[in-house]
Design a binder for this molecule. Structure first.
Ligand code: ZN
Length: 348
């Protein structure tokens, strides 16, 4: 067998070729063939070394030596190809005749991916809302300050801007990473002709210190219904349907007053803890879980969207998708969701 440390010059002749052909003929699979191919035709293989040794020969010997090296190269390549074809044919024949086939062997384990739990919940809710006549809309993640704040009744000097710890994208503060999905409310009003119902699932961003319940990136689903004489009763009805869809049963709910500049009146909606009767760690022993902020659309927001508040009214809600996924799967740290750790994701 030729080794990398073989002395030069090699016998530049039929003996080399013959040896190669013998090696090729005994190969039983492609892997062995590849090894022979490397040995003879590789970068540091026999042929390469033959060619490299030519300059050391006497000038009159060089043309013949070059020719022979190339002949060996071609012949070896052809022999390898022929052997591969023969091996393929034999494999095919064996498969056809059933030889080597054992029906009792377990199948090879297929590697399967799965949808991210956030994607699962988002799709489920999209289906649920579409079945209730909602359209699913999308909006930009890099948003104009106008849509993220001003059109939502949050003027420049409003304290809500401080509390929202915004990522600004330019020095003038015209562009922000949206801090909620609510900007799509006004974008939708500008485009759609009422009455309509929309939901907007998507990413939101806050510049805040991360901990088990806060991450710089999280997912929300905005909901907006615009029509004539929309009241808190409509809001409660829609929220009950939503909860039934999520938790697969009726949950008692309660509304507490909540202040959000873009709704009036605004509420915090709590639901009875679906996991316990008398208090657990999820509901912090209160049997209520804080689920979503909601309310009737503020007249200023309707005006920003080009609607007359005398004629049109609506309700809006902001569902925390990240929180919902955590509730559903008992995940105790929001940072797991976007960490990209396969060991975590494989559980879903
Ligand atoms: Zn509980």
């Amino acid at each position: 067998m030729a080794g990398p440390d073989r002395e030069f010059p090699l016998e530049n002749d039929e003996a080399t070729l013959e040896r190669a052909q013998q090696q090729i003929l005994v190969c039983q699979d492609s892997q062995a063939l590849k090894a022979v191919e490397r040995e003879y035709l590789g970068k540091k293989g026999v042929v390469a070394r033959l060619l490299a040794s030519i300059p050391q020969l006497a000038p009159e010997q060089r043309p013949q030596a070059g020719k022979t090296a190339n002949q060996i190269k071609q012949a070896v390549a052809q022999a390898i190809e022929a052997r591969q074809r023969a091996l393929d044919a034999a494999t095919l024949e064996a498969e056809r005749s059933g030889a080597g086939f054992d029906a009792s062997l377990p199948p090879a384990r297929a590697l399967r991916g799965s949808l991210h739990p956030l994607t699962q919940v988002t799709r489920e809710l999209e289906d649920l809302f579409q079945s209730m006549g909602y359209q699913v809309l999308d909006g930009p993640e890099v948003e104009l300050d106008y849509y993220n704040f001003e059109a939502l009744n949050i003027p420049a000097d409003h304290p809500a801007r401080d509390s929202q710890d915004t990522f600004y994208c330019d020095e003038q503060g015209h562009f922000v990473m949206r801090t909620h999905t609510s900007p799509v409310q006004v974008r939708a009003m500008e485009r759609l002709t009422p009455p309509y119902r929309i939901v907007v699932p998507g990413k939101c961003f806050r510049q805040e210190t991360t901990d088990a319940s806060h991450d710089h990136t999280f997912h929300q689903m905005e909901g907006l219904v615009v029509g004539v004489d929309i009241s808190v009763a409509h809001l409660i009805g829609a929220m009950k349907t939503l909860l039934r869809g999520i938790f697969k049963r009726d949950l008692e709910i309660r509304l507490r007053p909540g202040f959000f500049p873009f709704v009036e009146p605004g509420f915090e909606l709590d639901a009875r803890c679906p996991f316990c009767q008398a208090g657990c760690s999820v509901c912090k022993r209160t049997t209520w879980i804080e689920l979503l902020p909601c309310g009737l659309v503020h007249p200023n927001v309707l005006r920003a969207g080009g609607l007359d508040p005398e004629q049109w009214s609506g309700f809006a809600f902001g569902l925390g998708l990240s929180r919902l996924v955590m509730l559903r799967h008992g995940i105790d740290d929001i940072r797991h969701l976007l960490a990209g750790d396969v060991r975590f994701l494989e559980q879903f």
